[in-house]
Write a protein that binds this ligand. Structure first.
Ligand code: AMP
Length: 402
């Protein structure tokens, strides 16, 4: 099997690397895998690299000390699977990069200077950009002859209107430090809103859309005529909706209050807001399936967490309905959005007066396809559309390198 027309997509996280080898035109996935628990002291029997390809599932067990080793091990599993990536004639490698700052707002061919700038943007995304840059450096050293492209999570929101992207803080401080609302999950919001237009056979220019990307991280966007006009994440991916472990919106006064009354410094607060808040902070579980099971078993903390989650979601829906002056489509995507009929029904409950309704049979039907879940002839079309950031990155990379 030739990989010559394929793009290798790499998504490097702080302790993991996800990858896919796929054909951008047909969307065929040739191989996919994940390196996990990088840098953790795991036993020799622990599966740390799992690769699914032409020859089924291949594994590597044992510690992975760093990202470079992780990528090398993944490449070895590709070779065991029959693909020598270095000589496969790949079209490109596409890297997901979380923060492009004000500098990068479209897919960009990676040069030494581009990697350095991505590293310099680490202050804006300390949990993500350093890992992204490490992944890029190793991929370039392992595949020096393959063009490499960075696709930025912030890019789709670069053109937010000034009123939506500006924080009402001291303007000189904001200007000196590049503080604005950047938005994240942009690749997903752009891809999903494009698929909605395709699925409905409509020109994106004619649609007012709300997209709800509900996964471990979660964000909402308002899109008019194919362009994002608002989004719930901000300078960092902490703002907005309630997430698995992140708080979303809070009163920033809480941070000063905790410093004064609890002796929690900024790092401790930031850590709490990122890692021990959201569903996890309220109920002790961050996985949505576990949360729903706890709600069903009568756990009061889980119930409250669920209610806070849905309340926040509805607050953003209301805001975006007004911003857009009405809406044509509302679309759910990502792990929770694609798989939880309860969240979809509860988020849109009682909105018939706005022309928004969910058909309970359609909503609960098992499917992994893009689908409409509102009743026929509903003024607002409600959809579930699986996101596919890897495919979007592969297509962007292939388009850029020609
Ligand atoms: P993502 O970040 O898009 O991979 O989404 C991960 C989240 O989706 C986790 O909180 C999962 O528990 C949640 N999820 C996955 N499958 C389901 C399901 N069948 N029902 C509810 N939540 C789900």
């Amino acid at each position: 099997m030739t990989a010559a027309h394929c793009v290798l997509v790499i998504n490097t996280g702080s302790s993991s690397i996800k990858y896919q080898l796929l054909e951008p035109d047909s969307a065929e996935v040739r191989a996919a895998g994940m390196v996990s628990r990088i840098g953790e002291p795991v036993g020799a029997d622990t599966v740390t690299v799992e690769h699914r390809g032409a020859r089924g599932t291949l594994e590597h067990r044992g510690p992975v000390p760093d990202h470079g080793t992780g990528l090398r091990l993944a490449f070895e599993l590709f070779a065991r699977d029959g693909t020598d990536l270095a000589h496969a004639g790949l079209r490109a490698v596409g890297h997901r990069v979380v923060h492009g700052g004000e500098v990068f707002y479209r897919p960009t061919v990676i040069t030494d200077a581009v990697v350095e700038t991505i590293e310099q943007l680490s202050a804006l995304a300390p949990l993500h950009n350093p890992a992204n840059a490490v992944g890029i450096r190793y991929a370039r050293s392992l595949l020096p002859d393959t063009p490499q492209v960075a696709v930025f999570d912030t890019a789709f929101f670069h053109g937010l209107p000034d009123a939506a992207k500006t924080y009402a803080i001291d303007a000189s401080v904001a200007a000196a430090h590049g503080i604005r609302r950047y938005g994240f999950h942009g690749t997903s919001h752009e891809y999903v809103s494009g698929r909605v237009a395709e699925a409905l056979g409509r020109d994106p220019a004619t649609l007012r859309q709300i997209v709800l990307h509900l996964g471990n991280g979660a964000s909402a966007s308002a899109i008019r005529g194919g362009r994002a006009v608002d989004t719930s994440m901000g300078l960092t991916p902490l703002e907005g909706l309630v997430m698995g472990t992140r708080s979303g919106d809070i009163d920033p006064g809480i941070i000063a209050y905790l410093a004064r009354t609890a002796g929690m410094d900024v790092d401790a607060s930031y850590d709490m807001l990122n890692r021990n808040s959201g569903l996890e902070g309220l109920s002790g579980v961050n996985d949505f399936r576990a949360l729903q099971a706890a709600v069903e078993s009568g756990d009061a903390a889980a119930r409250l967490a669920y209610d806070v989650y849905v309340h926040r979601l509805r607050r953003y829906l209301g805001a975006y309905l007004v911003e857009l002056g009405g809406v044509d489509t509302i679309t759910f995507t990502a792990g929770v959005g694609e798989n939880s009929p309860a969240v979809r029904a509860d988020a849109l409950h009682g909105l018939e007066f706005l022309g928004i309704a969910v058909d309970s049979v359609r909503n609960t039907a098992k499917s992994s396809a893009a689908r409409i879940i509102s009743p026929d002839n509903s003024p607002v079309t409600v959809l579930v559309v699986p996101t596919n950031e890897e495919l979007a990155i592969a297509r962007a990379a292939a388009l850029l390198v020609g």
